[in-house]
Write a protein that binds this ligand. Structure first.
Ligand SMILES: Cc1ncc(COP(=O)(O)O)c(C=O)c1O
Length: 370
């Protein structure tokens, strides 16, 4: 008898695959509660950009026909959003930030290649890389303030290194990489290494020394700024994201872009969202006000946390993270333990509106003092 070929090798079926946060409906049905504050996936607590929703509604009638063959009109809208600094050919789009990260990895990775990540980090960076046969090299963020280890990164680079993943503001820590560190690192990177700079929370950053990837892309460095419409624009359910880089890199990555990749509603919703400045202003204002309110309450509770540049705050309670998650759920609050992002013992909580934040803090107090 012929020996069966096992196409499902263990390496292709990693046990710790990425599980996104649970949906509200899934949890409501499990806990049998009517009211639930979902503070586990960093969505926008104010909902979606009204301009995007209007555009989505007005395009419902056209769904029997294919969307635009390419993403050209969205890239043109992005070029205009960036004030003409970049041409439309410098943008890449995909069905979410995560999909874009995967597309970039598909373009560059395979066996005998390596990527560098800096844990604690967004888990999908290394999930896709492993599946593509690449080695994942971790150069952890240093110390209790999660500082980028520049000498460590430079030492880890070799001929096989293709991608360096940086995230600022970082998920799950909420911390950022100061511009001075990036100014030091970027010019030292060899030409065969492309930096993937994940900035999906950039709208919320208020630190004076925060920067997006813009100056580095503008200076012609090998950098891709990765963005999403899921966070500040409130379009997580639409699944749409974009990146900006050099024309050369954008063209190279676009080789793995499918025709009709972006659906009509996502395309039109995203274009409209880009013009919705007042919604972004309101969204950011809420987060900036509420984070100070949450800091004060966490200080009073004596809980260790990290000041954030994003729309979530990560804390390290003295109680086990999974226990806190379960106890909070009983109080109708969904939070996210982030051990699988390289932050054991930590819980990540989205900043909501005052009502949600007050309910979360009340529940946390009850859980921690029980
Ligand atoms: C750091 C980071 N990058 C990328 C994403 C991807 O967002 P999406 O796939 O919803 O666009 C997320 C979402 O949680 C994130 O936290």
């Amino acid at each position: 008898m012929k020996k069966e070929i096992n196409i499902f090798k263990e390496a292709l079926l990693p046990k710790g695959g990425y599980k996104g946060g649970k949906s509200k409906a899934e949890v409501l049905s499990q806990i049998g509660k009517k009211k639930l504050y979902k503070l586990s996936s960093n969505e926008n607590y104010l909902g979606s950009s009204p301009k995007a929703l209007k555009a989505i509604r007005s395009n419902l009638a056209g769904l029997s026909i294919y969307p635009e063959r390419t993403d050209a009109t969205l890239r043109k809208a992005l070029a205009s959003f960036y004030g003409g600094i970049f041409s439309a050919d410098q943008f890449i789009t995909d069905n979410s930030g995560v999909a874009l990260l995967e597309m970039i990895e598909r373009a560059f990775l395979g066996p005998k290649t390596e990527i560098i990540i800096c844990n604690p980090a967004f888990k999908p960076y290394h999930m896709f890389a492993k599946k593509l046969g690449a080695e994942v090299v971790d150069v952890p963020l240093k110390g209790k303030n999660f500082i980028l280890d520049i000498p460590g990164i430079l030492k880890a680079i070799n001929k096989k290194t293709r991608l360096l993943f940086l995230c600022s503001p970082n998920n799950p820590t909420g911390t950022h990489i100061p511009k001075s560190q990036l100014d030091e690192l970027m010019p030292q990177l060899p030409p065969h290494v492309v930096t993937v700079y994940d900035e999906v929370y950039y709208q919320y950053a208020d630190a004076e020394d925060y920067t997006t990837a813009l100056p580095y892309v503008d200076a012609g460095m090998q950098v891709i700024g990765v963005n999403s419409f899921s966070k500040a624009y409130g379009l997580a359910g639409m699944r749409i994201g974009y990146g900006y880089t050099s024309e050369k890199l954008a063209r190279y990555i676009s080789q793995v872009h499918r025709p009709f990749q972006i659906n009509t509603l996502a395309m039109e919703g995203a274009k409209a969202a880009l013009t919705d400045k007042s919604f972004i202003k309101k969204t950011v204002q809420l987060v900036l006000e509420e984070k100070n309110y949450i800091y004060k309450s966490l200080d009073k509770l004596g809980v260790k946390y990290w000041k954030t540049q994003a729309n979530f705050i990560t804390l390290k309670p003295k109680m086990k993270a999974d226990k806190v998650e379960a106890a909070m759920l009983k109080q109708g609050i969904m939070v996210r333990p982030v051990a699988n992002f390289g932050a054991p013992g930590c819980i990540r909580v989205t900043i909501g509106d005052r009502q949600a934040n007050a309910a979360y803090l009340k529940a946390l107090k009850k859980v921690l003092q029980a």
